[in-house]
Design a protein around this ligand. Structure first.
Ligand code: AMP
Ligand code: ZN
Length: 668
């Protein structure tokens, strides 16, 4: 019986591996998505029922879901070197000359795309994926196996005849399409968009929940085989082998070049064509093909002598500045934007470029209807890098920065140590009102689910809400006429609003959006001022006595409570039943083992978050302080601790603990 089950499970796995390969690597699906899902489901059920047959490389693990708290550091068996860079054909010719000095026979090259993502090293043993590690500093990296398993391009099980133990190196990246999709989603949720596909890809690899990694839709391409022994004599043949074993390899868009001229042609071709690729590349990598030649050339302190990266130049075009417009952000910050005569740049039509702030405009000495140079470098948003002053007419006037908010007409203020202008009309400037509401309902504040940014904007436009208190008067009749609002979603919103009345005071205090009062500050305030009345009546001096509360925060709090509209809102929130007092059991003291001792955490913590750590300190009678000084008793260091650790060591009287030692202390 159990043998039958095991066989069935293995057959299903085998079959699903093959379908995955057909779909992701060959791009030739062999069954419908529906059938695939049905088989996957069948396997999942069997695995759940018979955990004794579990396999870390089962296709079911593609969907992710496991949570990794901290990624162990792993030594690379073979160092992951960097590449030398070249920027023009002269550099390449010099490189070839250096090669010829060492090798006196004809040298072949392989030219490949330089994928712009995060590099990875994946260990395979007996045809199974064993371990995936980031590049790190080249000597050691983070083990992120469970996250890499979710990437469909990465085979979990190999095909055909393969060496017993080897590494494949490659790049994890995000296609433009998946990047745009992700950002559209984030925008819907009122989150800041990601900057570029590369950072998003490497950030995604470090997420703790592999199910979330799966949702990011990462891709992988492999470009190097490495092991003690090689089953072929050239890099080109190794790639061909790897392809046979089921890898998606760089060979698909690479070229075997007999001469440097072939390499140059390849570069020229992709310099143009790269804009039509579904993903970003930042150059070309050229590798000496023969492994024997590679061995003869060897390595410098930081890179192989047998490989070279050729970096593409950022593309630059000239176009006319039509006007400058100004956007008001959710915090009131003003961003000037250049509206340009549409121009083709790096494969996309560019109509706008960010000007960031007034200083940048001044530095460019931007005039009306100037002809400007626009460049697209690594970032998604193009920028203006200069002005063609020869085309400027004598009557053209300097761009004058606006004095008033384009949304509400209020006079702008500029904060001295920042280059940015702000609209001070926090309570009535439309984008700021919406921003404040989005903050109020966000997960870390009142956590009102189902109430997204778009709905809030609509509610505001319909004049149904202008401040958080208004949420508690909403009715279903008001909600139903809104776009895309059904009976059920309306009810969900009302339920969410109702449930928010149970959210503890510290989160409410964070949610009402007093400037400079973040989560941690809110907690500290509640501890010292357990009711909103006490907080309202606190003077600046009293506020400043609280640990970590400085003059800036204190002023902001007293100003908030000096405003009649804010007081009215607070009064209404209280009447609707929102928590404006500290609850009974929060912050209970558990022990006094840390009594009178001071603590500070530094570096990347992996066993707990900084917040949890500070809470533990408090619950056991200790005190958190924010800087290293003679008054500090314990410094707890996580990964990559820097200057604080050094300073503590210099002082000499401070006990330095790692996270586990801290836990032992707490539990002693
Ligand atoms: P850089 O980070 O600019 O020093 O360039 C080196 C990095 O290029 C490597 O660590 C790889 O992650 C990446 N890379 C992208 N495509 C390739 C490729 N086809 N061959 C080798 N490295 C590549
Ligand atoms: Zn305004």
């Amino acid at each position: 019986m159990s043998e039958n089950i095991q066989q069935k499970i293995e057959e299903l796995r085998e079959e699903l591996h093959q379908h995955n390969y057909n779909y992701y690597i060959l791009d030739e699906p062999s069954i419908s998505d529906f059938e695939f899902d049905a088989k996957l489901k069948e396997l999942q059920d069997l695995e759940a029922q018979y955990p004794e047959f579990n396999d870390p490389n089962s296709p079911t693990l593609r969907v992710g879901g496991g949570v990794t708290k901290n990624f162990p550091t792993v030594q690379h068996q073979f160092r992951m070197y960097s590449l030398d860079n070249s920027y023009d054909f002269n550099d390449l010719e010099d490189w070839e000359k250096r090669i010829i000095k060492t090798i006196d026979e004809p040298v072949e090259f392989v030219a490949e795309l330089k994928y712009d993502g995060a590099s990875i090293s994946i260990l395979y043993e007996n045809g199974k994926l064993i371990q995936a590690v980031t590049r790190g500093d080249g000597f050691q990296g983070d083990e992120i196996t469970s996250n890499v398993r979710t990437i469909s391009d990465v085979p979990l099980k190999l095909k055909g005849e393969f060496p017993e133990h080897f590494y494949m190196r490659g790049e994890i990246y995000l296609t433009r399409k998946n990047f745009d999709k992700l950002n559209a989603l984030r925008e819907e949720e009122g989150l800041d968009p990601f900057m570029n596909p590369r950072n998003t890809a490497s950030g995604s690899l470090k997420m703790q929940d592999s199910g979330e990694v799966r949702k990011r839709g990462l891709s992988a391409v492999l470009y190097q085989y490495i092991a003690e022994n090689f089953p072929a004599e050239t890099h080109w043949d190794l790639l061909a082998n790897a392809k046979q074993w089921g890898f998606r390899v760089s060979e698909d868009q690479a070229k075997l070049c007999r001469t440097l001229d072939d390499v140059k042609n390849f570069i020229n071709y992709w310099d143009q064509e790269r804009h039509n690729l579904p993903f970003e590349i930042d150059g070309i990598v050229i590798k000496v093909n023969s492994l024997k030649h590679q061995r003869e050339l060897g390595y410098t302190a930081k890179s192989p002598r047998w490989a070279m990266a050729y970096k593409f130049k950022a593309e630059k075009v000239e176009t006319e500045l039509l006007s400058v417009s100004y956007q008001v952000g959710r915090t009131g910050a003003i961003t000037p934007v250049a509206n340009l005569r549409p121009v083709l740049l790096a494969g996309t039509t560019v109509k706008r470029a960010s000007l960031h702030n007034e200083d940048i405009i001044k530095k460019l000495d931007l005039h009306e209807n100037d002809f400007v140079y626009v460049e697209k470098g690594g970032e998604i948003i193009p920028k203006i890098v200069g002005v063609n002053t020869e085309k400027r007419t004598s009557e053209s006037k300097e761009i004058e920065y606006i004095k008033h908010c384009p949304e509400c007409g209020t006079e702008l203020v500029k904060i001295e140590d920042q280059a940015i202008h702000f609209c001070p009309n926090e309570l009535h400037c439309p984008p700021q009102v919406v921003g404040r509401m989005i903050h109020y309902v966000s997960r870390k504040a009142l956590n009102i689910e189902n109430l997204g940014g778009e709905t809030i904007e609509q509610l505001y436009r319909e004049k149904l809400i202008e401040n958080p208190a208004d949420l508690y008067t909403l009715t279903k009749e008001q909600l139903l006429p809104l776009d895309r609002m059904a009976e059920k979603s309306a009810q969900n919103i009302l339920d969410g609003v109702e449930k928010s009345k149970e959210i503890p005071f510290e989160k409410v205090l964070y949610g009402i959006g007093i400037k400079h009062v973040g989560e941690t500050v809110a907690k500290k305030l509640v501890k010292n001022f357990p009711t909103i009345e006490e907080l309202k009546n606190a003077t600046e001096e009293e506020l400043c006595q609280v640990e970590d509360i400085g003059a800036k925060i204190a002023v902001s709090i007293t100003e908030f409570f000096a405003n009649q509209e804010n007081l009215l809102m607070i009064e209404r929130l209280k009447n609707y039943g929102v928590q404006l007092e500290k609850g009974e059991n929060t912050n209970d003291v558990i022990s006094n083992v840390l009594d009178g001792k001071t603590f500070l955490f530094t570096g990347k913590l992996s066993l707990f978050t900084r917040e949890q750590a500070e809470e533990m300190v408090e619950k056991h009678g200790g005190k958190n302080i924010s800087a290293v000084s003679k008054n500090l008793n314990y410094l707890i260091v996580g990964e990559k601790a820097g200057s604080k650790l050094k300073k503590a060591q210099d002082i000499g009287t401070i006990t330095i603990l790692d996270e586990q030692q801290f836990l032992d202390l707490v539990n002693s």
